[in-house]
Write a new protein. Structure first.
Lengths: 140, 234
């Protein structure tokens, strides 16, 4: 089995994750999926319907774009009652991205914890030998 | 465990420790942590003390960046952090200072039961509360309201619930600020915030919001307890 593209690091009260990606788009996708892998587990089949959303996110900087992207996913999931299982970034620049998010009803999942927001606190986004790496603290 | 925080903590007395302004350039006031020596050892185990120093940078901060004995690692502010800012001196209001869960509150509801009467039925009691009171992620309340109504809830607070018959005048009397802090401006709240919050009306909320059943084993303030009609377990 392939290694998970993210790991959970130590933090007293919230969740700190380190995410890897072979390029920036890969990292953004992995970070987004990590949100839902950490907070839910697929358990039932109550509603088979898949929902596709086209999302567009903007920011002043690349760091901010990562946080805004994660918060957009959290917002869409919370208000539409969805859990996303597939994310495809189709366009990515320094200050904006376009993506397709595919999910299904949160009723198909056991909810393990609620992630309220991605934060800027001790946010890291950097290029490393193997590609890109980021650290984000999630407010739970 | 991560590395220890090695910053300076000057002893003021047995329960107060100061992080001097000289610790970091930019600190406008010192940091003061309320803790005994035993707690202090734990506090050094994460980055909370560093956050006390960081809060001291806030524009308009008054006197000191404080931390209560429950201090632990948050983001921005430490959890247990307290700071006052003077608006006239360029002070800011920091959502981080209230952990972003602004208006997260606590209510105490007294039952007419004695512990003896229900101690064998606690399991049933907890199940009944859990099934009747919507709580947790994705829970939806019985109360469905329109956007206009949502704005009324924001302005009137608990009074809205009493008007709808979900509570009594006595409930307001027993609530801080009578259940609504004056001067709320519903237009200052973004559409996104309304969208995110609207399913939660009439629920306990999600995340770390909870309900617990307690018995009283000790009274600290007799007059206050009399006012609330609270008695010790017999």
């Amino acid at each position: 089995m392939k290694d998970k593209p993210y790991e959970i690091l130590e933090h007293t009260a919230d969740i700190r994750i380190r995410i890897k990606g072979k390029d920036l788009a890969d990292l953004f996708q992995n970070a987004g999926l990590a949100l839902f892998e950490i907070s839910s587990r697929r358990q039932y089949v109550k509603d088979k319907k898949h929902v596709n959303l086209n999302l567009r996110v903007e920011a002043q900087t690349q760091d901010e774009l990562l946080v805004n992207w994660l918060n957009e996913l959290i917002f869409q999931a919370a208000t539409k009652g969805l859990i996303f299982h597939n994310l495809k970034i189709s366009k990515l620049t320094q200050s904006s991205l376009e993506a397709k998010a595919t999910g299904s009803s949160s009723e198909n999942y056991k909810i393990l914890t609620e992630i309220k927001a991605a934060t800027y606190h001790e946010l890291k986004l950097e290029q490393v030998k193997e590609g890109w790496q980021a650290e984000v603290i999630l407010d739970v | 465990m991560s590395e220890l925080w090695e910053g300076p903590l000057e002893k003021i007395d047995d329960f107060r420790w100061r992080i001097p302004r000289s610790y970091k350039p930019g600190m406008r006031v010192p940091g003061i942590i309320y803790a005994d020596e035993k707690l202090l050892k734990d506090i050094r185990h994460d980055r909370a003390a560093e956050q006390v120093a960081n809060v001291a940078f806030l524009p308009g901060i008054v006197n000191a960046s404080l931390a209560m004995p429950d201090i632990h690692w948050g983001y921005g502010f430490p959890i247990g952090g307290v700071a006052a800012t003077d608006i006239a001196a360029g002070g800011v209001i920091s959502p981080g200072g209230v952990g972003f869960d602004i208006n997260c509150g606590v209510r105490l509801l007294r039952t007419n039961f004695q512990f003896e009467e229900i101690k064998d039925k606690l399991k049933e009691l907890v199940y009944a509360l859990f099934s009747d009171i919507p709580s947790g992620v994705g829970s939806k309340g019985e109360i469905k309201v329109s956007v206009k109504e949502e704005e009324q809830i924001l302005v009137k607070g608990s009074k809205w619930a009493v008007e709808k018959g979900y509570g009594t005048q006595d409930d307001l009397e027993c609530t801080e600020e009578f259940g609504a802090i004056q001067g709320a401006d519903p237009d200052a709240v973004s559409q996104r915030a309304y969208d995110r919050g609207k399913a939660q009306s009439g629920t306990l909320g999600s995340g770390n919001h909870f309900l617990e059943v307690q018995a009283i084993d000790q009274l600290y303030d007799r007059d206050l307890c009399d006012a609330f009609g609270l008695m010790r377990v017999r």
